[in-house]
Design a protein around this ligand. Structure first.
Ligand code: MIC
Ligand code: SF4
Length: 647
């Protein structure tokens, strides 16, 4: 039996476990990346491990999320990360150099290598045939220290593309189509390989749009083959030597195969408030639009920006629309400037934002009250834009420009325009905004710059054999990490200050939650299916930990979040019978007993002291995860292993 692309890379990097679906495996990690919103905590964790020099082939620290500096906090964090990077052998990509995933694709990613990043869109690297995963900061810290990365061996899905996209139908529409087919839960536990004749018509930036948005399917990661198109991209980036060909075997076996005829696709759009709420753009014709944002790690490549410039050239945007453009990297922005396309964009009335995440994470450019915002981004969760009642839609750059020009949702084909944009043969190479680390011999002299906003890691608690605690919060299906630990310009600067952040925990669902949880001392949360979907932010586990949450019971969990809960020493359990969810109420006094035996047998009994009922909860922890939970999480576990010389 042959191998899929992912299985080939896994096989080469396998340190522990068997490549059997559902079993825990450990992988050697070649590269890591961090961004600043998760990076500060990740580097504090790395420091606490006492390792002098990163042991990866390449580790890069990016500043791209917290770039609005409305006080000292973000600037202090940037200095902290830059000094840590210098000392410990990490490359530092300065603010302004671009969004981590875009820059990593351009300058560092390599086909066939493994990458983990403290950001859920790290699978963008799959666009050049990397096996790239989003992970919690602690997992990235361990990998920087040379430790392995644990995942559950995923199922293998294949998407076969046939035909060719018609004009004004784009890679973003392919991403939205697969979300329409599979939903935000449809990729959980799977790696999605893209193949078929149709991929030969897709450039690397288009492929990267698709692997980027695979995250919204809940997929472990997504990957394209490394082929002549990959080679041309790497050569154009002056990195031809990084190319290796990579494809699946003809007799590779997949758990699911989905066929998409590119020629049959129409422009699509995801409606509020979920990326899988997808309809055809034409069906919303005439909907008034207040704001349009073009950029984010999904759609900010030179290719995207040139198309946008070509559509805007010689035109003025609607007086009713505010348009922002955030190019993905310094390379993109400077090439737009050199070829004159930037002038076409500026002349149209667009507002140019810096090369960073910006509006995607509510860092500025929040819409007006109840405003309709069309964004080329990957997430439209409620409140994420910074405006609680905004109506955010996700679409392609072409559909976004059509709305900016007309003031309403418009199928871009209705404009009767003609665009023909080609990828350049050579990109402009200037890595001056990437600061290399100090030589190993000089690292002892590098001083770490720590601002007053950096507070200590929350106290951890070993899981005990029984837990008695009230149910302090019951939430529904598809709760995102943006619900659990919101982001946005006002809160993001406090990512290294867990006590401050804790006031905002679950703010979108229930403003009283933090106070209630603190009062309870220790507590339990109940959730529906796909609990914790979305970002990789470990703060969605660390903040509940700080507030006393000891256990989360749900119908099912999202992959990165469940790993973050275990890393934080919080017990994640699943209802055996999903209907039992309906029998629990906020305020019920709950008791879990025989937890240690239950972790072995896979079943733990939950007693509801308020109603007298009992329910069965399931778990399937590996030995490592059980040990971790008993040590109060990954930090305690790593320290213990260090003391026993078992690292
Ligand atoms: C996001 O898109 O939600 C983020 C902000 O990039 C997060 C990381 C974070 O919360 O810092 C992600 O996707 O992991
Ligand atoms: Fe940044 Fe948005 Fe991409 Fe997250 S999804 S990395 S906030 S651009």
């Amino acid at each position: 039996m042959g191998f899929t692309i992912a299985q080939k890379i896994i096989k080469e990097h396998l340190i522990f476990g068997e490549m059997r679906t559902g079993e825990e495996i450990a992988l050697k990690i070649d590269q890591t990346l961090t961004q600043d919103a998760t990076g500060t905590m990740a580097y504090l964790e790395f420091e606490s491990m006492g390792i002098e020099r990163v042991r990866t082939e390449k580790s890069v620290a990016y500043i791209d999320h917290n770039t609005l500096q409305c006080g000292f906090e973000n600037a202090d964090d940037h200095n902290f990360i830059s000094s840590i990077a210098k000392k410990h052998g990490i490359y530092f990509s300065r603010a302004g150099n671009g969004i981590c995933h875009q820059v990593h694709l351009e300058r560092f990613g390599k086909p066939g290598k493994t990458l983990i990043g403290s950001d859920s869109h790290t699978p963008t690297g799959g666009g050049i045939g990397m096996l790239a995963f989003g992970a919690g900061g602690l997992d990235v810290a361990v990998a920087m220290g040379g430790g392995e990365y644990y995942i559950t061996m995923p199922k293998m899905y294949k998407v076969n593309l046939t035909g060719k996209l018609r004009p004004f139908v784009t890679a973003k529409d392919i991403s939205l189509e697969i979300l329409r087919i599979l939903s935000v839960k449809g990729g959980v536990g799977a790696i999605i390989e893209w193949g078929g004749e149709g991929i030969k018509t897709l450039s690397v930036p288009e492929r990267a749009t698709i692997t980027n948005m695979g995250t919204e399917l809940g997929a472990t990661t997504s990957i394209f083959p490394s082929d002549e198109i990959t080679k041309a991209f790497l050569e154009a980036q002056g990195r031809g030597e990084d190319y290796v060909p990579l494809s699946s075997d003809p007799d590779a076996v997949y758990d699911k195969v989905i066929d998409i005829d590119l020629g049959a696709l129409n422009p699509l759009i995801a409606c509020p408030h979920s990326p899988d709420n997808v309809v055809e753009v034409a069906s919303l014709k005439g909907t008034k639009v207040n704001q349009v944002c073009i950029g984010s790690c999904t759609n900010s490549s030179l290719f995207d920006m040139l198309k946008v410039a070509s559509m805007l050239k010689g035109k003025t945007i609607s007086p009713d629309v505010s348009l922002s453009i955030s190019p993905g990297s310094k390379q993109v922005l400077s090439m737009l400037a050199d070829c004159g396309a930037l002038s076409d964009i500026v002349s149209s009335g667009a507002r140019i934002l810096e090369c960073a995440c910006g509006p995607c994470i509510g860092m500025g450019f929040s819409p007006n009250s109840g405003g309709v915002s069309l964004r080329t981004f990957n997430r439209n969760f409620e409140g994420r834009s910074g405006t609680r009642d905004a109506q955010v839609y996700l679409c392609s750059p072409e559909t976004a420009v059509a709305a900016a020009l007309t003031g309403e949702i418009t199928d871009p084909r209705a404009l009767g325009l003609d665009i023909d944009v080609k990828m350049p043969d050579k990109f402009k190479i200037d890595d001056s905004a990437v600061i290399p680390p100090a030589d190993e011999k000089d690292s002892a002299t590098v001083e770490i710059l720590r601002g007053p906003n950096i507070k200590k890691f929350p106290d951890t608690h070993s899981v005990t054999d029984s837990i008695s605690a009230p149910l302090v919060l019951k939430v529904g299906d598809n709760i995102t990490t943006d619900h659990i630990m919101p982001a946005g310009a006002k809160i993001l600067p406090y990512r290294s200050n867990i006590p401050y952040l804790s006031q905002f925990c679950f703010e979108v669902c229930d403003k009283e939650f933090p106070e209630r949880a603190k009062k309870a001392g220790q507590s339990i949360i109940v959730g529906g299916s796909n609990y914790g979907q979305g970002s990789s932010r470990e703060h969605a586990a660390l903040v509940p930990l700080y507030l006393g949450v000891r256990c989360v019971i749900a119908k099912s969990f999202a992959r990165i979040h469940v790993a973050n809960l275990i890393n934080a020493g919080i017990l994640p359990l699943v209802f055996e019978n999903a209907d039992d969810y309906n029998k629990l109420n906020e305020g019920d006094n709950l008791e879990l007993s025989g937890i240690f035996d239950g972790m072995d047998s896979g079943k733990i009994i939950l007693s509801n002291k308020t109603t007298g009922e009992k329910y069965t909860l399931l778990c399937s922890f590996s030995e490592r995860q059980k040990d971790m939970l008993k040590c109060g999480g990954l930090l305690g576990y790593t320290k213990l292993k260090g003391e026993k010389n078992e690292l």
